[in-house]
Ligand binder design. Sequence first.
Ligand code: 9WO
Length: 275
Amino acid sequence: MRFDVVTLFPEMFAAVSEHGITRRARELGLWTMATWSPRDFTSDRHRTVDDRPFGGGPGMVLMAEPLAAAVSAAGAAQRWAGHATGTVVALSASGRRLTDARVRQWAKECGALTLVCGRYEGIDQRFLDALVDEEVSIGDFVLSGGEIAAMAVIDAVVRQLPGALKIESSAEESFATGLLDAPHFTRPERWRERPVPAALLSGHHAQIDRWRREQALAKTARERPDLIASARAAGRLDERDEKFLRDCAQGTGGTVPPALGNPSSAAAKTADNAA
Ligand code: 9WO
């Protein structure tokens, strides 16, 4: 897999290339990255990449030509390296929301991906219309630029590449099961009066798996009922799951943990922090 990133801040990408799982995967040869600064594709003395918006308004807009030249150089480098020209993706708060399915598709099918990171107030629309295949958002919030979103994309795609993870846990991860994650615990067995749930200390694998499944179901039902509906539609819930969810809804779930962020547990946390 190859990523070509068009950015005014190439140094930021050391965060993914030089750290953690993504670094190890890169050292294993699973992916490569090249960065392309629009500033290197200017021809004026000041290496200008931005200008004032037509129609007025605050801030500056990234000019089309330096971005286009950078994308073009990235595409040429991809072909030179034996890849098909990659999909050109712009990271934008107004883009289509990125999904786990899309991430897996890119990891599987895309030899190369070009990620365009905007800055300032935005990008000249004519560049987006002419050269960008997709606008992708990682969430409904505004960033100062596309770089952090592009790094989220790289991280998400790289961990799906075969061999990237030491433990192949990604098939069991939240969005692969269609449910939120069950909680995790490690030593000590008792921390600040809080015990580890007894089910996890039983040593019975089937019982532990069932407990984790029920924790995941309960948390998902509480926080993301939309995901329960999708899991049901995809045939990912069996009769035992359905019975557990019915019991939850009647408040007889028994081992369901308290909702995070509800007022009472927020107060408990404040008290804990003060202690
Ligand atoms: C690209 C784009 C495409 C279509 C319409 C508007 C667009 N804006 C951009 C763009 O790159 N904007 C820049 C990046 C300039 C303003 C700050 N930028 C930005 C990206 N803020 N927030 C994001 C972002 C990206 C992905 N997911 C969430 C937020």
